[in-house]
Design a protein around this ligand. Structure first.
Ligand SMILES: NC(=O)C1=CN([C@@H]2O[C@H](COP(=O)(O)OP(=O)(O)OC[C@H]3O[C@@H](n4cnc5c(N)ncnc54)[C@H](O)[C@@H]3O)[C@@H](O)[C@H]2O)C=CC1
Ligand SMILES: O=C(O)C1=N[C@H](C(=O)O)C[C@H](O)C1
Length: 270
């Protein structure tokens, strides 16, 4: 039997690509679709891949209440993802979280419910394989070079800051090695905000301009040398499909929360 997947945000940029990826995969099937628009319409037709026989629902509760589902995947909006995730877990469905905007405290709450329910959650600020390499390389570098800062570039209309990619990276790098400014930020002469934000111990500077999709760069500094590790997302949502569906296949056998696709691809950070 195929793994039955419900996609939250099925009519969006990423959601449409996922619906197409699920329809193509022999071991997966679409059991539900959630969006704010196109409610009642066929999810396959909305995605431009032809009729799939799955109507778009207005809420996660409606979608999971009407069809048996093995995994819920969320690519909705930072304002909706937490409630959707908790709702799916309450209903006994493991979750893959792609949507950005959740804080470390939000993830603690999600992890607690996942443990209580005996269910898995995989969340990744970025489900692209090459972005996961950037994350893993940066985490390895942070073990050796204590001075680093993170630049987070995204489109001017992105509602959340830092991006999911940069936020997760900052928190994980901060846990390895807190980014300690060489000159105390409280004492700087000028607007302190110019020095960015402490996000879980990692220092992040966010740039929001037209033409970017999402790019994250970690810069490591040492006396007389510098290392930059950077990932640039392009204009297609294709790169997120394989990683998200890998997480969906794996999450059904997991218990509790795992953050970072790199953990699934390469194992725990040594
Ligand atoms: N982790 C990763 O690899 C990636 C993460 N993202 C993140 O995923 C999220 C979605 O991104 P896009 O696909 O570009 O967005 P989008 O705006 O193109 O699509 C959003 C979808 O969610 C639905 N939606 C919005 N609010 C909702 C609500 N309250 N309840 C139910 N459905 C709702 C919309 O109807 C639409 O179907 C963003 O937070 C983005 O940063 C995007 C791409 C990759
Ligand atoms: O909003 C986007 O577009 C993206 N957001 C993700 C994030 O917040 O990190 C990453 C993805 O590359 C695109």
């Amino acid at each position: 039997m195929s793994l039955r997947i419900c996609v939250g945000g099925a009519t969006g940029w990423t959601g449409k690509a996922l619906v197409a990826g699920i329809a193509e995969a022999k071991d997966l099937s679409l059991s539900g679709a959630v969006a704010r628009k196109a409610v009642g319409q066929d999810a396959g037709s909305v995605s431009g891949i032809g009729h799939l026989g799955v109507a778009v629902s207005a809420s996660v509760a409606d979608a999971l209440g009407s069809e048996p589902t093995d995994v819920y995947i969320d690519y909705t909006h930072p304002s909706a993802v937490k409630a959707n995730t908790l709702q799916a877990l309450e209903r006994g469905v493991p979750v893959v979280v792609g949507t950005s905007g959740l804080s470390a405290a939000d993830y603690e709450e999600i992890a607690r419910l996942a443990e209580k329910q005996g269910l898995g959650v995989v969340a990744s600020g970025n489900f692209s394989i090459t972005a996961s390499l950037m994350t893993r390389f940066s985490l390895l570098a942070a073990q050796h070079v204590p001075d680093y800062e993170i630049i987070d570039y995204a489109k001017s209309t992105k509602p959340d800051v830092p991006s999911g990619t940069a936020r997760e990276l900052a928190e994980r790098m901060g846990a390895i090695q807190k980014s300690v400014p060489g000159y105390p930020i409280d004492s700087v002469i000028g607007p302190k905000e110019s020095r960015g934000a402490d996000v879980g111990g990692g220092r992040v500077h966010a740039v929001r301009l037209p033409s970017y999709v999402l790019a994250v760069e970690t810069i490591f500094g040492k006396d007389g040398e510098r290392l930059s590790i950077r990932h640039d997302a392009g204009s297609s949502a294709g790169p997120y499909v394989a990683g998200t569906l890998l997480a969906a296949r794996r999450v059904v056998a997991m218990k509790g929360l795992v953050r970072g696709l790199d953990n699934l691809l390469f194992g725990p950070v040594p």
